[in-house]
Design a binder for this molecule. Sequence first.
Ligand code: FES
Ligand SMILES: [Fe+2]
Length: 418
Amino acid sequence: MLSEAKNKLLTEVEGDAPMGTLLRRYWHPICGSVEMNRSDVRPVRLFGENLVLYRDRGGTLGLVDRHCTHRRADLSYGFTERTGLRCSYHGWLFDEKGNCIEQPYDDIANPGTRLKERCRIKSYPLKEMAGLIWAYLGPSPMPELPVWELMTREDGFAEIAIAEIPCNWLQCQENSCDPVHFEWMHENWTARMRGEADAFAPKHLKLAFDEFEHGFTYRRLREGQSDASELWTVGRVALWPNGFYLGDHFEWRVPIDDISTLSVGWFHTPLPLESNGYRQKSIPAWRAPIRDEDGRWITSHIMNQDIVGWVGQGVIADRTQEHLAASDRGIAMIRSRFIEELAKLDGGAELKGIIRDPDVARCVPLPTPDAGPIGKRILSRAEYVVDKWLAKRLQDFPWHWGYPREILSEYRRAVGVE
Ligand code: FES
Ligand SMILES: [Fe+2]
């Protein structure tokens, strides 16, 4: 249980709310690279700020204020030039650094004026990495963008699924350190939805939570599982400050504002030995629907089920009404760490997990299992197609409903079964 004041402190991210200030000190994925072709312009909202993401005709990406500095027209209806984004109202042109580089009528009527210098637009730096567009919305100096080790691997099929979730980011992130929900939400509930009414999945018998530089690990021991299992020896990672890493994929919960969250998933499926040499031309990205045609939440796929959990807690979960139990120790640890990190904001001390050294950022390892279909060992195609998890994976994407057929076909071609 949290006090109302602490719940506000940990959840609110808009304006100068401390949690927004803290999260802005980290890079966040905001869009798939392939979703932004040359000349594309799209509105985006981050931390309650209305912005415009564009890729100009020269290929440069920009993230700028939604409103033109002239008379506030909506730049998501602007159009791109070789350099920059042009407002469709009177043609002012802005580059990705926020410089106003043309004011067409004033450039003729009043060529000596220095008005442009006063008409800079707010802009934020972007980077592209692993098929994602990353934004940094904090103060200078910006930290390095960590390249997580899984993203450097070239032996798999990577893809991105993005969904907008109508609830606060923190309840989504708390799911990253919540091992027991797996048994109930993803196993027992799934079995019941399939009409399997009798058996229960193996129970969780023991949990362990540990903190490290880039977050927290949780480890689990379940009925019938040996303590040599990597679910116990390695576990999973609640990635600081708003991610989740499961050995084969990442999930980020990026605040759109106090009441909505961009869920960005980056998935890596290993390919069989025989596919050695397959290289993706680009990493596909798609937007995953979360409601069915009746307006109910989709419940069939893993992350859809998680979303039912998150949105079910309310738009901003009321933590004054909850009752934390033994299974929630990781969640309590994350909340305490956030409260300690928030206290650092005024003093200038370095925040948890920030990387300043480019050599360190180039490849950042995380606890990752060696064995199993999502581990580091590469299977032969014969082993691959009979593996319980991968055989299902060859039929559908397990995490989100609505997998585009063309991405499934591309994946199957990479595996060599199509
Ligand atoms: S409002 Fe944008 S150019 Fe006038
Ligand atoms: Fe889950």
